[in-house]
Design a protein around this ligand. Sequence first.
Ligand SMILES: Cc1ncc(COP(=O)(O)O)c(C=O)c1O
Length: 374
Amino acid sequence: MVKTSSTALTEGPVYVPGLPREHVAEKYGIPLDEIAKLGSAENPHGPSPMAVAAIAAADPKFDIYPDWTAKPLRDAIARRYGFDADCIVCGAGETEVISMIVRAFCGVGEAILMHDPCFPIYRIFSTVEGRVPMLVRMGEEFDPMLDAYVARLAEKPRIAFITNPHNPTGKLLDEPEVRRICDAADPGTLVVLDEAYIHYSETDGMMHLLHDYDNLIVLRTFSKAFGLAGLRVGFGVSANPELIRPLRNIKPTWNPGHMQITGGAAAVFDDDHVARAVATVVQSRKMVEAEMQGMNSFRMVPGCRSNFFLTEIVNPDLDSTKVFNGLLERGVIVKDGIDIEGLGPRYLRVDLNLKRHMQRFLGALRDIETGSDA
Ligand SMILES: Cc1ncc(COP(=O)(O)O)c(C=O)c1O
């Protein structure tokens, strides 16, 4: 029998994505455009129009290899954020860059620091690749427990992941907090600051810290505020090109392809689209926060600065899977807390999206609370 290189590859954790609209439409007979898709943190206004126009106008060059380092995209990102193109590595989504980082900077059996809960991919890639997740449990109301996190840094993990704002809680660390982590990290620990959702925090993020720490990489994605989750483009940036070279060497050589390069290079300048998405998310956040205050069975976990938030199920007769299924029947897709390791059955992760989708979510929660039929 053919064996895998590690049993974790067959027995380890598996990513559970948000469900597609088609699943709910087919199962419950609800029209596709009525379904509120609130489980994948996608853009409420679709793809960046600048990216769509650039891709439509481009010569697709399907028969020609793209530049294997995605040079035109690196040049655009470099211009946008003021770094040298040699300080940037691109991938087919940020997820691919995360996978490259795990393999390039941490050996089998070595430790990778992360919060519990965290973006499940950090833990999954670490585990299935034989690296060891070092978990810092979040505190009450998902306090990031910086003292505990910094204490674990003293054990010199090879990589330390920080997500800002955090997934799945939406909590935001401020600059002194992120600096505290960078200052505490051993020079041999790679600090990875994942800013996938940074636009929704209405801050500029902390790429400027790269100039102060040469063991720091910042990750960004085109999947969220730029609306290009289906295109698959993401990147990492560091002021230290020595961190970028190994990533380029371990990268699946010709990723990303021409369309990803073209779309990403246009989207990175699409400030109007980003602003529109952020305005919608911020408005919906306020509306949902106010509406949920009137509920007895459910509570919004406070302090969210992202395009999703945690719903706590306070009614002991309900759990996340009951509510998740009740929402599905009513045409609302969210993320069940049991599918995010470390989160569990008292929580749901729910996206902030167009007002009509949030109203459908709130109406469905009220129905579940009062026991009304779907
Ligand atoms: C924290 C975080 N980083 C990265 C990603 C993945 O981004 P991409 O679609 O670019 O692979 C996600 C997606 O959910 C995420 O939550």
